[in-house]
Design a protein around this ligand. Structure first.
Ligand SMILES: Cc1cc2nc3c(=O)[nH]c(=O)nc-3n(C[C@H](O)[C@H](O)[C@H](O)COP(=O)(O)OP(=O)(O)OC[C@H]3O[C@@H](n4cnc5c(N)ncnc54)[C@H](O)[C@@H]3O)c2cc1C
Length: 413
């Protein structure tokens, strides 16, 4: 029994471990219900993030391209208006092209009868909006900063012990603690994992030409390079900031990280074929090794995985958090349905329904990304030739193009 020696020894219906974008969304889906919830994160700064406007025009180096499906979830939660009050950029078009040939696809929101293809939101803006929506709610305790270090499942509960010696009990634990999930490890979930052999470099750049709300993605032999448009505020006429995600093989990442800002901007300029005129300046660069991970099961006893704790995916199509928000909605909806039908919160029937709803969808997206990564890394002439023909074929075949776009937007999820 962990909680015999622990300090707090409080009982909850649900403990959500991880207050990232997914954990916070789950907490919001249970906001103001009769369920008593502990939201645990090892990071304290979530409650004290400054309003973005105070630090404008500097952007968070971590941004997410949110799909329409994610936007719908955040609108239902009443969080979207808070994000709009801060800062976001809806993108209207996306140009994807192959560095090795003439293959190109252009996606456009108007072709799909949509207002936009998606929205670029700084991660800190989304986290702040989700956190603010929870503050003042009566049923959620914020346990920050607490890092879960031990876990024991008993007949009725799961006991969680923090590094600070605090201990709590919960009828259900939701692990939303990211791709290196401690809960997943402590509970002994099996994971299939492999290295993408790619590192992602992220930073914000200032360009000479306006981005006109067009996202760019160029597939280069060493990995894809994405330019995601940003707006300093809703009135931004210059439109000359973009967030970049440059996925490259580790040796190339090392070279790029060692360059000074001027040299890095020059490399970036030629790698994006000067599509933004000139890159004037860049902020500090960050580098993340990329791994694909997928838990073989999302449910084990009274513990359930969501978001990156269940699956982490190459950022080339910007799907990670979008899949996580769909997990959040499916999990909350199954739990609510189960409780409505008189079932226990950790009833395996309820939790397995969630797994069935999400696992296949997540896996299919992961395989699609894996396929893209290999397809564009392939240098043999026949594959390059077919790839270029394929891209141009899709570009001229609206049904196929719209299918791909609708999938990325989460409209068919
Ligand atoms: C370069 C890059 C670009 C990306 N771009 C996009 C994009 O455009 N669109 C998109 O949809 N996705 C994108 N992703 C993926 C996206 O960032 C992730 O899918 C998303 O952050 C996962 O959210 P999460 O809440 O599941 O996990 P995380 O964001 O990792 O949050 C986990 C939380 O758990 C906490 N935690 C961890 N361990 C413990 C512990 N033991 N105890 C307590 N708390 C703990 C952490 O402090 C953290 O707050 C990108 C990823 C990368 C690397």
């Amino acid at each position: 029994m962990l909680c015999m020696k622990g300090l707090l020894n409080k009982d909850y219906d649900i403990a959500i471990v991880g207050a990232g974008m997914v954990g916070l969304t789950i907490a919001n889906l249970f906001r103001n219900t009769s369920l008593h919830i502990a939201l645990i994160d090892r990071n304290e700064s979530l409650l004290t993030l400054p309003a973005i406007k105070e630090k404008s025009p500097r952007f968070d180096p971590r941004v997410s391209a949110l799909s329409m499906a994610s936007r719908n979830i955040l609108e239902e939660l009443g969080v979207w208006s808070n994000i709009m009050d801060e800062r976001l950029c809806g993108y209207l078009n996306m140009r994807v092209w192959d560095a090795d040939g003439t293959g190109e696809i252009n996606f456009s929101a108007s072709d799909l009868n949509q207002v936009e293809l998606g929205t670029i939101v700084e991660n800190s803006v989304l986290i702040k909006a989700l956190t603010n929506a929870l503050i003042g709610g009566s049923n959620i305790d914020f346990l920050f900063p607490h890092s879960v270090v031990e876990l024991i499942e008993t007949n009725d509960n799961v006991e969680l012990k923090m590094a600070t010696d605090i201990c709590i009990k919960a009828k259900l634990v939701i692990a939303a603690d990211g791709s290196n999930s401690k809960i997943r490890e402590l509970a002994g979930f099996s994971v299939k994992e492999w290295d993408y052999d790619h590192h992602a470099i992220v930073t914000t750049v200032e360009t000479r030409e306006a981005h006109q709300k067009i996202a760019l993605q160029r597939f280069i032999e060493t990995g894809p390079l994405a330019f995601l448009p940003l707006l300093t505020d809703a009135e931004d006429k210059e439109q000359n900031y973009c967030s970049i995600v440059w996925s490259v093989i580790p040796e190339r990442a090392e070279e790029l990280m060692e360059l000074d800002d001027k040299e890095f901007c020059e490399e970036l300029n030629s790698s994006i074929e000067f599509s933004r005129g000139n890159i004037q300046d860049c902020e500090k660069r960050y580098c993340f090794p990329l791994k694909q991970r997928h838990a073989l099961e999302y449910v084990k006893g009274k513990i359930v995985l969501a978001g990156d704790a269940a699956h982490s995916i190459h950022p080339l199509a910007g799907q990670g958090v979008n899949l996580g928000l769909l997990d959040a909605r499916a999990l909350a909806s199954e739990i609510n349905l189960g409780l409505g039908a008189g079932r226990k919160i950790s009833d395996p029937i309820v939790l397995n329904r969630y797994q069935r709803k999400r696992k296949g969808h997540n896996l299919s997206m992961m395989w699609l990304m894996e396929g893209f990564k290999h397809l564009f890394a392939e240098q043999s002439l026949p594959v390059r030739w077919l790839r270029n023909i394929g891209m141009n074929g899709v570009d001229n075949f609206p049904i196929a193009k719209n299918y791909l776009a609708r999938r990325a937007m989460g409209l068919d999820a």
